[in-house]
Design a protein around this ligand. Sequence first.
Ligand code: ADP
Ligand code: ADP
Length: 228
Amino acid sequence: MSSIQLKNIVKKYGDGFPAVNDVSLDIADGEFMILVGPSGCGKSTLLRMVVGLEDITSGDLEINGKRVNDLAPRDRNLAMVFQNYALYPHLTVFENIAFPLRLSKGTHSEDEIQRKVREASKMLELDDHLDRKPGNLSGGQRQRVAMGRAIVREADAFLFDEPLSNLDAKLRGQMRTEIARMQRRLGITTIYVTHDQTEAMTLGDRVAVLKKGVLQQCASPRELYEQP
Ligand code: ADP
Ligand code: ADP
């Protein structure tokens, strides 16, 4: 678990207008922070800077009060769930979820891997599908496998980039409920990018609104959406 602080974060690509312009945000331990805003407002860029896939032009990014601007992604212990998370087609669901644990060689016993993967798959209702390959899964099931991977890593925080936008309405509703349940159970600090107001309202502790790279407001869903 961890808190994340963005202090006057700026991102410029080349000489252009800043994609992210002086954004400051305090994300508390266990908080579910939603990022919303029109296409091109800088949501993905912000997320990619937090996870370390994009350099920060200026400003400070802190995790638990420690500046991490110069830390490599692998040293930040954050788990990013992309919209089209690449699963390994030749591996079973079990092995896809276990993958991050097997990567960090020697630190996890086989018993531990079995236990962690089974726990995560139970939580995500994937326990009946552990022997299947991603190719035979529905989009929603594949999404859950990707989340399972993030869960077993016990990352300090989850970062989601429009994880449900490829799903049909019914599945999106189910997954939304699933994520809300998971969040209540795990209480993991989360930054979640979405276009969907229902997702923002039902999942977010707070919603940060970006426009042209600038943070417009940051408030609870109730404050934001029930304004007169
Ligand atoms: P969003 O996720 O809200 O749609 P992005 O963060 O993808 O917004 O983009 C913010 C702005 O930065 C846009 O104007 C986009 O064109 C620009 N941008 C994003 N990535 C790059 C890049 N790799 N090189 C140059 N400009 C980029
Ligand atoms: P390498 O960089 O050594 O080739 P990987 O690219 O597989 O290895 O990533 C190593 C580590 O970097 C992962 O275990 C993870 O901690 C971190 N990492 C890589 N990509 C991401 C991501 N998208 N989100 C979060 N962490 C990542």
